[in-house]
Design a protein around this ligand. Sequence first.
Ligand SMILES: Nc1ncnc2c1ncn2[C@@H]1O[C@H](COP(=O)(O)OP(=O)(O)O)[C@@H](O)[C@H]1O
Ligand SMILES: [Mg+2]
Length: 278
Amino acid sequence: MAEKTLRTPRADAGRQPSAAESSTAVGLDAVQVRFRTKKKDVTALRDVSLGVASGEFVAIVGPSGCGKSTLLKLVAGLLRPSSGAVRLHGEDVTAPRPDIGYVFQRAALLEWRTVRRNILLQAEMRKMSADHARTRAAELIEMTGLTGFEDAYPHELSGGMQQRVALCRALLHEPPVLLMDEPFGALDALTREQMNVELNRIWRETGTTVLLVTHSISEAAYLAGRVAVMSARPGTVTEVIDVGLPPERDYTDTMSRPEFRRATARIRTLLGAASAAD
Ligand SMILES: Nc1ncnc2c1ncn2[C@@H]1O[C@H](COP(=O)(O)OP(=O)(O)O)[C@@H](O)[C@H]1O
Ligand SMILES: [Mg+2]
């Protein structure tokens, strides 16, 4: 697919800013989450602190049930912490936030709507101006290689294409923060690689801050500037690994780089051989 710049990219898009010079997009400070039900009392997260700079790409890995989805829901304002603070651009998150995009493992498209109208659903929910939304949707369709499929229905698309539609929908309102919860977990290995390459490019072009939850160690190390490794429940961030690679990453070249190997080996060690899912 030809690389196209559809919007003027921010001069600093894709660059990893140092903590001192940039604003913090997402901040979690000593966060604890407890779920109390009639039968049990589950501590999902304990003492989680993490700062993500504006424009940064951070991946989150950890065993099943360690609280990764819970962490994203806190940032989106869909859940409140039992204690500690969650901030978005320095503001306490107290309600669902309109200024984020969310992509899940399942594309969750409406079967009776075309690609374009699935993407425009975001505009309808947010009452965006119709003209602006259509222009932006057209840009995103081109950026994600969906040109020619605007009028197709979800059942006519491959799994990878459906996830591209979900990504377009999540990016329509140009959210400064994109949350992704195992977005490529249901795709075959080759499609997943292609989606990784596209996501790296889209991130660099848009300058969006990304928090990606993934089970794939190589996906985390290929895409992220930093990888937060979590422990088993009650989950906490055990270590944040600096991958140490430039933002623009050729897939094959990256896989053979010593920085990539060092990062994946460290993640694997932290997760423990038994739970390494790659
Ligand atoms: N709404 C809820 N009520 C009770 N327990 C929950 C709720 N949501 C998540 N949990 C529990 O919290 C823990 C963390 O869940 P989750 O964040 O979904 O983990 P992960 O995404 O890392 O697999 C799990 O033990 C899960 O069962
Ligand atoms: Mg989850």
